[in-house]
Design a protein around this ligand. Structure first.
Ligand SMILES: [Fe+2]
Ligand SMILES: [Fe+2]
Length: 191
């Protein structure tokens, strides 16, 4: 089949005023950040040692598993809009710009680890706010994903602010790691 299909799901979004190419680009970039952050959080969590480390391990684990959920949550809209992920996985990791999430000089410095986590969450908030602004009132399907991811990122930021500065988050702990209360429906492949 060489005939180009008519994709109404993309046409309407264009008619509503979305620059679909720009939106795909932003979604692929956000997917790369979530995927790479998931990797780096794995290593950071592993270096939370001792009594102090033990107290934050669970929080990093909750944030880590929700980043995997955020990566999964990007996928359907990328492909539905006509985009795809880069063929080269190294290119995908590189575009995230997440090198700052490598271990601190003293690898088990819990405070430095938390500072890195906080920066990652704040970057994610900016990334998802961009998608919200690009899609609000124009692409309800993508907006639904973006606002749910943003909600979790704001919660993650509040956790690390609470740990670092004693600024109350107003949250209870997740019921279990991987609960992902807002993005669960966008990442059903994770169970
Ligand atoms: Fe995330
Ligand atoms: Fe996060």
């Amino acid at each position: 089949m060489t005939e180009k299909p008519n994709v109404v799901g993309v046409n309407i979004v264009k008619q509503n005023g979305v620059n679909v190419d720009e939106l795909i680009k932003q979604l692929v970039y956000n997917a790369s950040v979530e995927f790479t952050a998931y990797y780096y959080f794995t290593n950071l969590r592993a270096h939370c040692t001792g009594e102090q480390g033990e107290s934050i391990k669970g929080v990093i684990e909750d944030a880590r598993l929700e980043d995997l959920s955020h990566f999964e949550s990007c996928l359907s809209r990328i492909y539905e809009l006509g985009g795809s992920l880069p063929n080269d996985a190294q290119q995908f990791i590189k575009m995230s710009g997440c090198e700052f999430l490598q271990l601190p000089k003293k690898k088990t410095d819990v405070k430095e680890i938390m500072k890195k986590c906080l920066l990652a969450e704040q970057g994610a908030i900016v990334n998802w706010n961009k998608v919200c602004k690009m899609t609000y009132g124009k692409d309800p399907a993508t907006y639904d994903v973006a606002k749910d991811v943003l909600r979790e990122e704001i919660e993650h930021e509040a956790w690390f602010l609470e740990l670092l500065y004693g600024r109350p988050s107003g949250h209870m702990r997740r019921k279990y790691s991987g609960e992902r209360p807002h993005t669960h429906k966008h990442s059903r492949s994770l169970g």
